[in-house]
Structures are given as C-alpha cells and as structure tokens.
Design a protein around this ligand. Sequence first.
Ligand SMILES: [Zn+2]
Length: 181
Amino acid sequence: MTDQAAIEGAIRTLLTAIGEDPDRDGLIDTPARVARSWAELSSGVSDDPSQHLTTSFDVDTEGLVIVRDIDFHTVCEHHLLPFHGRAHIGYLPSGGKVTGLSKLARVVEGYSRRLQVQERLTAQIADAVHDRLEAQGVAVMVEAEHMCMTMRGIRKPGAITVTTAYRGSIDKAEFLELLRA
Ligand SMILES: [Zn+2]
C-alpha cells in the first residue's frame, strides 16, 4: 500500500524545489493526481506475478513455444522515468505443461508494476516461467525504449535496449530465428 498523503507532500516539495508554485491553478490538483498514479504504477511491489503460472494445461507438444510482442510499461528505478517495450518469451515445455498467452502477459504486467531495471525484469520473467511451469528451458528477450535516454542525458530517441535471459537448456539459435520469422 502506498502512503498517498506522503506522496502528495513529496510532490508539493518537488514542485517548489524546481521553482514552481504548487498552489497555482494548473498544479493545485497535481500532487493528488500523482499520488493516485503512483498507487497504480507501484501496485505490484509486493505481488508474486509468477502465481499466474500455477495453473497450466497439458498438451501433446515437445516443441518450443514462443509468445512474441507482449507490450509492457514500467518505471526505471534509476531515474523514475518510464521505459516501455515488448517482451518475447520462448520455452520448452516439460511433460506437455504449457500456459496461455494471457497468463504470460499477466506475468510481464505484474513485474512491470514496480520500479524496475530492464535486466531484472527480463530475469524475473525467465525465472517465473522456468520455476512455475517447470519448463526444460526458457528464453526471454525484452526490447525497450527508456525515457531516461530519450528525454534527458544522451537524448537518443528511438534507441532500443535489448536484454536476454536464458534458463535451463534451450536452443538459443532456434529462439532467435523464430522471433525473426
Ligand atoms: Zn533510467
């Protein structure tokens, strides 16, 4: 649970610190709005999104399962600015144990509702699929654009950061090839 009053106070302090007047017309409701928005952005802080994978179904498959282009938005913990992009998940089921697209999307969403760094987000998704689905192997690729690189600092709009995480035994070449297909 977020402390809404504390966030509102902190935002008033921030507005004053950057030379703004927190009592002017356009800003008067901003601290409350920001507090509500942080309640949502950080709503997953104490969740365990891997729980979405506790229900799986059995299919007769031996092959690599790939789910591409799962959209996500999260907040970088170094600058408190958003980064957003797409996650691609591949796994080799064990004993035909697979999950649905919506469950994987919930896992990605769950780990996005907290302060993140892209490398950790990628690793957490891989661990969740590996541990909960007991997959033989997992490959995760995350591609994201970081507002902290686009709006400030080196200002590189459109620059995409790519991270990968692999668990167990999985054919990386096949995964990368299927992503391009
Ligand atoms: Zn950043």
